[in-house]
Design a binder for this molecule. Structure first.
Ligand code: ZN
Length: 126
């Protein structure tokens, strides 16, 4: 794959990573025990009647947001790792090159356009 293209991808991956981490830090705390794991913050709204319910509601919302941000972040880490290992842009299903056009739109893509069309929804693979 073209070196300039990889550099471009890398740049957008790092930008995306920063954005995600910033958002995550607003609603979650990085886990001390598990690497790259975040835990949603339990909000402290107040001690008035009804605050508790609000806090729980917000906490549940934080968990949802935290989970989806974390999944996106994991995809970024994965893509960066692939770049390091010189495996970036190779479809995990068919082993062929992923379309550059697709990678520009979604740099963390792990399967090609063709395989997406034929594949059943991917279970979260780790
Ligand atoms: Zn494929």
């Amino acid at each position: 794959m073209d070196k300039n293209f990889i550099e471009k991808i890398k740049k957008s991956l790092f930008e995306e990573k920063e954005k995600l981490e910033k958002k995550l830090n607003e609603i979650a705390i990085k886990s001390k025990d598990i690497k790259d794991d975040y835990n949603a913050i339990f909000p402290n709204i107040g001690n008035e009647e009804g605050d508790n319910a609000l806090e729980i509601e917000e906490f549940e919302e934080n968990i949802g947001v935290e989970n989806s941000l974390e999944i996106s972040l994991q995809q970024i880490y994965r893509a960066l790792k692939k770049i390091k290992e010189n495996k970036f842009g190779i479809c995990e299903k068919c082993g062929k090159k992923i379309e550059e056009k697709r990678l520009l739109i979604f740099p963390a893509a792990i399967i090609c356009q063709k395989c997406i069309k034929t594949a059943k929804p991917l279970a979260s693979s780790n």
